[in-house]
Write a protein that binds this ligand. Structure first.
Ligand code: CO
Length: 238
């Protein structure tokens, strides 16, 4: 449903009016400061907008988005967002949010060439390589894709934990919790993958536990699928 640019500006005016009507002084109140509690690191996908999904207004969530919610150790953009959010805004929670049906993860899984972005998606292919034997044993590309979307969240959350920004915050006793969530395009719901880390000493155990939970879930559903007998052909093959 494409909107003309003029329509977008009109929609914006309607939106600002309705927010101000519900909460008089809302915008001028935000001028003084922003004090978000959350840093959302998500996919750039238009179907996964942080504020709308969380039901939060401007001022409540600091957001970084890129293709396939990747956190690369040397990405100055992501690192700067994290540093500002943690050191200056003192966010309490850093949430890596992946989503099922991610185009970037799909391209990485299938080795599909898209263009320049392939180089960025190499990081997701690294995730795939790390878990290749287990992924290959799953039944069907759709299941593998969903599993890789979840694994990508865990790996990127692990990368967040490894940044100097988060390590330094923990070292000085700052209260910062890293989380990994996944969003369902089909139902609009977020799921906690329970990769929840509050200090350096928890990182390995939290990652291992969350990874084991993902594996258990997919292994169980693959085993259940294997129990269903294959459909019998109506006529014997000649
Ligand atoms: Co995506």
């Amino acid at each position: 449903m494409p909107h003309r640019l003029r329509d977008l500006l009109a929609r914006n005016r309607d939106w600002a009016r309705s927010v101000e009507a519900r909460r008089p002084g809302f915008f001028t109140g935000l001028l003084a400061q922003q004090a978000p509690q959350y840093l959302w690191i998500g996919c750039a996908d238009s179907r996964v907008p942080a504020n709308e999904i969380l039901g939060l207004l401007p001022g409540d969530v600091f957001v970084h988005r890129n293709v396939a919610n990747v956190v690369v150790h040397s990405d100055l953009n992501a690192l700067s967002v994290m540093q500002y959010a943690i050191d200056e805004l003192h966010v309490r929670h850093v949430i890596v949010v992946g989503h099922y049906g991610c185009g970037g993860v799909t391209a990485a899984l299938l080795g599909r060439r898209v263009g320049l972005v392939d180089n960025w998606l190499r990081h997701v292919q690294d995730v795939r390589s790390k878990h290749r034997a287990w992924l290959d044993a799953l039944r069907g590309d759709e299941t593998r894709l969903a599993a890789l979307c979840e694994l990508n969240v865990l790996e990127q959350a692990l990368n967040v934990c490894g940044t100097t920004v988060v390590q330094d915050a923990w070292a000085r006793g700052q209260d910062v919790v890293v989380h990994g969530w996944v969003y369902g395009l089909h139902d609009g719901l977020l799921q906690d993958l329970e990769m929840t880390v509050q200090h350096t000493g928890q990182v390995d155990e939290a990652y291992a536990r969350a990874l084991a939970a993902v594996r258990r879930r997919y292994d169980a559903s693959s085993a259940a699928a294997a129990l269903v007998p294959p459909p019998t052909a109506p006529h014997p093959r000649r």
